[in-house]
Write a protein that binds this ligand. Structure first.
Ligand SMILES: Nc1nc2c(ncn2[C@@H]2O[C@H](COP(=O)(O)OP(=O)(O)OP(=O)(O)O)[C@@H](O)[C@H]2O)c(=O)[nH]1
Ligand SMILES: [Mg+2]
Length: 432
């Protein structure tokens, strides 16, 4: 018999309602002791009175009978008044009658153990909860719908076919199966390797969908970097002045644009300086540029054709165009007035530069580091197996294919280690 866990499933603090969830073999028995009248049927929310140690709470109760619940166990939910004290008293009533406090993510971990979800589903839930843009939520929803899981199982099945072909050839060598088999196996492995490559290639866009685009704003002092940041985010966030060297530290602000997020970093103006603090600011500015996805190199001189020294992609921004006699025309550059004009063109250019419009139409993007790592390892194992097909014996190749199958299985969890599973579920909030 497993223990019955309880936790608050909604956010803590003042709110209209709070949901307390209980799951385990005794969930229904415990609920029957404290909630009257207890619903006579599952899946229906019923009003009633919940007796706590301190007061009677007029609440609603619904139960889900195993295995037809989120966790796969008997589950009860109390929908009570919001706020801290009421839900705390309801939880205490459950604890007093034999429930124990749930760990973070324990409801979802039980759902995994009971075969109600796989690891990618769980990671999809985390991504959805953490999503701050539509595209990040969509990536999570795709995981939750098991799009990646299904794709992985398809690929694993091709590998299993390859393994059985190899094993047949090994078991019946006299049938002279070896030669055609090697060719077939190679073909199968190539198909899977290509699919893995295609999935890995989506991770760049996946990163944009999940984290957004990191944009460093750099340039000489006083060219209008902080003004540009303020215009891009639409608030007066950074100090602007006509004194050179106003900005010392880096300053990061994020803003949603269409379905993605931009993370802009304003930086100290670049110049030779003997001031220790300014020197540190300039060092940080260079660091921000080095780790950004793209650099906005700002200048207020229409004749400036210099490039910022970086391997990152860059866009030159001619700022203060309200003061220019004639517009500079230079490819890969934008002409704006951060103070008086509209800077939407900057965001739109960056959006197109990173093909963010493809996020909406893409079916499946790799957004999770763990998945990417498994895909890359499986791809490497397959590349070795393909190369070895001509060099070594089939039993060696068979083992390599099995390893790749195993690596892919880590993604959905059908071959994941206990510690990986624990790590994923510990990221959940309490009550999830
Ligand atoms: N005419 C005009 N002035 C601008 C424009 N953008 C910024 N300025 C002015 O230029 C001066 C410097 O602007 P900041 O945004 O502080 O420049 P910065 O590049 O951040 O400067 P540092 O932090 O010192 O490196 C301020 O007086 C701004 O008002 C613009 O588009 N047109
Ligand atoms: Mg500044």
């Amino acid at each position: 018999m497993n223990n019955t866990i309880v936790a608050l499933s909604t956010a803590r603090g003042r709110a209209a309602i709070a949901v307390v969830r209980m799951s385990g073999d005794n969930a229904i028995e415990i609920a029957k002791k404290i909630f009257h009248p207890f619903p006579t049927q599952p899946n229906l929310l019923k009003p009633g009175v919940l007796e706590t140690k301190h007061f009677n709470e007029h609440a609603m109760c619904v139960y889900f009978a195993a295995p037809h619940s989120y966790t796969g166990e008997n589950t009860v939910e109390f929908h009570c008044h919001g706020g801290t004290a009421v839900s705390q008293a309801v939880i205490e009533a459950c604890l007093d009658n034999g429930a124990v406090m749930a760990q973070n993510g324990e409801f979802s971990k039980r759902a995994f153990i009971n075969g109600k979800q796989n690891l990618t589903n769980a990671e999809g839930i985390i991504e959805m909860i953490e999503a701050e843009t539509a595209s990040a939520a969509k990536a999570g929803a795709n995981l939750l719908e098991n799009k990646l899981g299904k794709r992985i199982v398809e690929l694993q099945n091709v590998l299993l076919d390859a393994v059985s072909a190899c094993e047949a050839a090994l078991d019946y060598p006299e049938e002279d199966l070896e030669l055609p088999t090697v060719q077939t196996v190679k073909e199968q492995l190539r198909t899977v390797a290509e699919s893995l490559n295609a999935l890995i290639a989506t991770s760049a866009l996946g990163k944009v969908a999940k984290y957004g685009i990191d944009v460093a704003i750099v340039g000489k002092p006083n060219v209008g970097k902080s003004s540009l940041l303020n215009a891009l985010i639409g608030t007066d966030r950074a100090i602007v002045s006509d004194i050179r060297g106003t900005t010392r530290d880096t300053l990061t602000e994020s803003v949603n644009y269409r379905d993605i997020r931009f993370n802009f970093v304003d930086t100290a103006g670049l110049r030779e300086s003997s001031d220790e603090i300014e020197k540190e600011g300039i060092r940080r500015a260079k660091k921000a540029a080095d780790s950004a996805d793209v650099v906005l190199h700002v200048t207020d001189d229409p004749n400036d054709r210099s490039v910022y020294p970086t391997i990152r992609p860059q866009v030159r921004i001619y700022n203060k165009c309200d003061l220019f006699d004639s517009k500079p025309c230079c490819v890969d550059s934008l002409v704006v007035s951060a103070k008086y004009g509209d800077v939407e063109i900057v965001k739109e250019t960056l959006y197109e530069m990173f093909s963010a419009d493809e996020i909406g139409s893409s079916d499946l993007l790799i957004t999770n580091e763990r998945h990417l790592d498994c895909l890359k390892r499986a791809e490497k194992q397959l590349a070795e197996a393909i190369a070895d097909c001509d060099k070594t014996t089939l039993d060696v190749v068979t083992n390599q294919i099995k390893q790749a199958w195993q690596t892919l299985g880590e993604i959905t969890g059908n071959s994941a280690q206990e510690d990986v599973i624990d790590r994923i579920y510990s990221k959940f909030c309490l009550g999830k």
